[in-house]
Design a protein around this ligand. Sequence first.
Ligand SMILES: [Zn+2]
Length: 510
Amino acid sequence: MLKKIFIFLCFFTVAKAQDSLRYSIDLNRLQNDRLTVNVKLPAGVKEFCFPKMVPGTYAIYNFGRFVSNLQAFDATGKALSVVRKDTNTFFLPNASKLSYEVDDTWDSPEIKGTYIFEPAGTNFQQDTLFALNTHALLGYIKGREQVPVSLQLKTPKGLVASSSLQAHNNTYTASSFQQLTDAPILVAPADTVHLRVANADILISVYSPNRKIKASEVEEQLKPLLKAQLNYLGGTFPVENYAFLIVMSAHLKNGSYGALEHAQSSFYYLPEDSISVMGPVIQDVSAHEFFHIQTPLNLHSKEIGSFDFQNPQMSKHLWLYEGLTEYAAQHMQLQGGLISLPAFLERMTEKHRTSYFSFDNSIPFTKMSKGVLGKYKEEYGNVYQKGALIGLCLDLYLRNETKGRYGTQQLIRDLSARFGPEKSFDDDDLFQLIAETTQVKGIKKFLDQYISGNKELPLKELLPTIGCELRSSDGKKEKEAILEAMNQELKEIKNPSPSQLNLRKAWMYH
Ligand SMILES: [Zn+2]
């Protein structure tokens, strides 16, 4: 019996190796700010593509722009002709090996096109830092996105690589391109901390060029947050390990900063300052990013579950993925005693103000979400404003109807338990699923009116149920005051000194 199993395993391993995509990069060989990527391909490849967009960014980036000098070879080593069909697609039938050069996205002003938010990009600095969001470095085989992949990474002496994926013999392996690129790698001088919280191993890795902040200080900041997250999630984390990869910058390249979420990690690009200045920001950004382990990572529709890197389809439910995540991040901080009730209400008020003055709330939220890559691009930021307020209203509505027993916290837990990372729901079924799960009277009508409809959120009606009220103010005067404050902020951003920035307003979420 044992023998039979052994034979089967051998066969399986061989089959896997032949049908995999193997990348290798030597970080010691940085030339003209470019890295060389070598790729071994399985048989029968026709097209090799680079992502047009990646999950969590909600913007078209065309990572193929950063690729040059791509050469393809057949199994005997003979050079093949390559046709670049468009920015992201190379036609190279029967190639079995490839090599190409790739520029970093942080430091390549000569490459035109959409600015890439730093936490989604790359930075190569010999001897000091390699910020590797591998979706900006690696391509995949069109039509065979699900083949296993591996990345061999040679790192310079004195630098260590941190990622939620574990490397063996300098090689990272994953079951698909999506899984590999969902685990960014930070290569920097060692400043890492490992800690165990409940069922999860947590890695914190920090790059602070002037050593203003240490991983151990970030650890002290994150410990109470992780504890509060754990309680909020019901005592168990849905992942076994998680990495916080943090790059601090003395000169913000584009004036904005923030983070990007992944299934088991989040990548941060933040202004460099001491823990006393940056601690609260790190806490707030991490609270949001870490909550993405619930949505969309454990609860998502088909558009996200099988992500199309070339022709990404948007889901209608950004209010769930980003809005409810942001609401939960704030609600958890309140519940865990990390912020006071007045601070929580002030944050919600600020969201209401920003949503009201900066976005078009007449567009139904599901419609905006579906069209966020095109027509409604400018409205994206509202997912963190009105999206979070939708979360607040939905929570208050549910609690009201259930005498406080049931809220969004339990709703997300219940839906995640039903779906999880592998199973996607149909976009059109979500409201019905929520109605079935909650069994709350009128919930379907609530969702139809305020999320797929454009009816003004019922804050006036719901806030008094928790002893608060929505006070109206002089709209014109308030708008002038906000515009003035925004202008002042822009001036400061051009000459950024983190301690002077209004840290809560200037960062971008993802
Ligand atoms: Zn987010």
